[in-house]
Design a protein around this ligand. Structure first.
Ligand SMILES: NC(=O)CC[C@H](N)C(=O)O
Length: 231
């Protein structure tokens, strides 16, 4: 299986994503610059965190016009796996690949903290290795992680099982509507989340709970391509 890690000017979690793929599932992975116009070689695309284009206008608002984003839209239409983490989530909402928007944290401060997440959807291609309702430790680091969508969209997210993660219990670090920490598109092949699973792939980092997102993606890809495939 082949992964692309997109790199925009200002990305700062690209190396973490690359290492996470290498260390957790040992699959092929390339950095792909934001000017690229062909992603056909890749099965999964990681849109990493950071401060693309300095977060000017709004986080992700400029990155969404980068040439590579046309290819990300194409890849999403082809059913490839796309995971946007933090700034990557912001870029995917700006690009219209995921519904809703990320606003300034309700406390108006950048928050860097370990959080507990509830796995709400454990049947997606990205979360099949988790148990229903499992609580996992994954860190956050953002200033604009306050997820918002209108009531109609929220109802659709619930009906289609598109809420993937919530901040557990009463914890809600950024004011997100209904504690939402991550969502997927209706088809289930595009996920966006504010917490950073790539920073939680080894106990030495404080948690290894993010590891199973990567193993889930690999398993889903292998299932799609037949159990014989060992890429
Ligand atoms: N870690 C990140 O990706 C940060 C995202 C964005 N720059 C924010 O502050 O919200």
């Amino acid at each position: 299986m082949k992964f692309a890690v997109l790199v925009f000017p200002g990305s700062n979690c690209d190396i973490d994503c690359y290492k996470a793929v290498e260390d957790t599932i040992g699959q092929s992975v390339d950095y792909v610059w934001h000017t690229a116009t062909d992603l056909s070689a890749y099965d999964a695309i990681l849109v990493p965190g950071g401060f693309s284009y300095g977060d000017y206008l709004r986080c992700g608002a400029i990155a969404r016009f980068a040439p590579v984003m046309n290819e990300v839209v194409k890849a999403a239409e082809q059913g490839k796996f796309i995971l946007g983490i933090c700034n990557g989530f912001q870029i995917l909402t700006e690009a219209g690949l995921l519904p809703g928007a990320l606003r300034r944290n309700s406390g108006m401060k950048f928050i860097c903290a370990q959080t507990q997440l509830e796995v709400v959807n454990h049947t997606s291609a990205f979360t099949s290795e988790y148990n229903a309702g499992e609580i996992i430790d994954i860190p956050i680091a953002h200033g604009e992680g306050n997820y918002y969508c209108d009531e109609e969209t929220l109802a659709q997210l619930k009906t289609n099982n598109q809420i993937v993660f919530r901040y557990a219990g009463d914890t809600n670090p950024n004011g997100s509507i209904e504690n939402i920490a991550g969502i997927c598109n209706e088809r289930g092949n595009v996920v966006g989340m504010m917490p950073h699973p790539e920073r939680a792939v080894d106990e030495i980092l404080g948690s290894a709970d993010g590891k199973r997102m990567f193993t889930s993606i690999l398993n889903a890809w292998r299932e799609q391509h037949g159990a014989a495939v060992n890429g």
